[in-house]
Design a protein around this ligand. Structure first.
Ligand code: G3H
Ligand code: 13P
Ligand code: ZN
Length: 311
């Protein structure tokens, strides 16, 4: 099974009322934890790479790790650029073997977003690569970009048909109240998603795959472990898993998860080193970190995405 695009995955997910997990990868243990989980429960997968991940690990290392995972597991895996900021990074990922790229023009004006997205679509489609665009701005932190609550905005459903038609994008990320990072809602604040916007978007774009970013649930057991073993994370509330499940049954075909994996990885490393202060072989503390990634991804696939046994 070679690296695939998300086209077939999204078609089946839309029709079947489930979503594909798009998990961020930065190193070998993360790639292995995610793909071992997907193999176990027979789920298709999107592995996504941010600009920060490319800077940390180098494009070629991540690409080779993912190729190794495809060979090892035989899974259909789509390799996706997460939050491409401009044409150049999208082109570099298309040229470097990715099967999908996101051009994130959400901080630009409507017309500028359309122009840069259209340019990426033309190049990517010429090379057999699919493109995700974004309309509406999510609150939160990604790499060096921090979007405040005041600057964030829900997607305007009245813009989506024109955007999709003029750009030719294959999927669309929308803002309905999810946000990036580990601090999505304040303690005591009731998490809410604008399902009315999602419904209106899907009414205007029948059958078209919608993407949700910022969809970690900030699993409390891992926050608690981090803090029990020397961390000092403030209490945080993520996106409730049942809300994500509901979105997956609607037009949402791709759900992005990164912070929950970071949290699980760090919780394991902290706990292992605190309980085994004499250990200094990285394999000793990276083994439980990889185990946590595998358990979290399995839980997401079965409980949130519904993509198990869909191969
Ligand atoms: O949405 C952003 C992802 O969590 C990736 O984060 O840009 O720090 O690698 P990063
Ligand atoms: P989280 O920070 O909620 O995991 O979101 C990740 C994401 O949207 C990557 O694009
Ligand atoms: Zn994102």
């Amino acid at each position: 099974m070679p690296i695939v695009t998300s086209t077939e995955m999204f078609k089946k997910a839309y029709a079947g009322g489930y979503a594909i997990g798009a998990f961020n990868v930065n190193n070998m243990e993360i790639v292995q934890g995610i793909t071992e989980a997907a193999k176990e429960v027979e789920s298709p997968l999107i592995l996504q790479v941010s600009a920060g991940a490319r800077k940390y690990a180098k494009h070629v290392y991540l690409m080779k790790l993912i190729e190794a995972a495809v060979e090892d597991t035989g899974l259909p895996i789509c390799v996706h650029l997460d939050h491409g900021a401009d044409f150049d990074i999208c082109k570099s990922c298309v040229d470097g073997g990715f099967s999908s790229v996101m051009i994130d023009g959400s901080s630009r004006s409507f017309e500028e977003n359309i122009a840069v997205t259209r340019r990426v679509v033309e190049y990517a489609h010429d090379h057999g690569v699919v493109v995700e665009g974004e309309l509406g701005r999510l609150e939160g932190v990604e790499d060096d970009v921090k979007v405040s609550a005041a600057d964030s905005s829900y997607t305007d459903p009245a813009q989506v048909e024109e955007f999709v038609q003029r750009t030719g994008v294959d999927s669309l990320a929308i803002a309905i109240g999810t946000s990036h990072g580990a601090y999505k809602f304040k303690p005591g604040q009731k998490p809410q998603l604008r399902f009315d916007i999602l419904e209106e978007v899907s009414r205007r774009l029948p059958g078209f795959p919608i993407v949700l970013h910022g969809s970690s649930s900030v699993l409390p057991e891992y926050v608690e472990t981090v803090n029990r073993f020397g961390g000092s994370m403030p209490d945080a509330v993520g996106i409730p898993e049942d809300m994500l499940r509901q979105a997956a049954k609607m037009a949402v075909c791709k759900i992005n998860i990164d912070s929950d994996l970071r949290l699980g990885f760090t919780a394991a490393v902290r706990q292992h080193l605190a309980e085994n202060p004499s250990h200094f072989d990285p394999r000793q503390y990276l083994t439980p970190a990889r185990d946590n990634i595998r358990e979290i991804v399995k839980r997401k696939i079965v409980k949130v995405l519904g993509s198990d046994h869909k191969i």
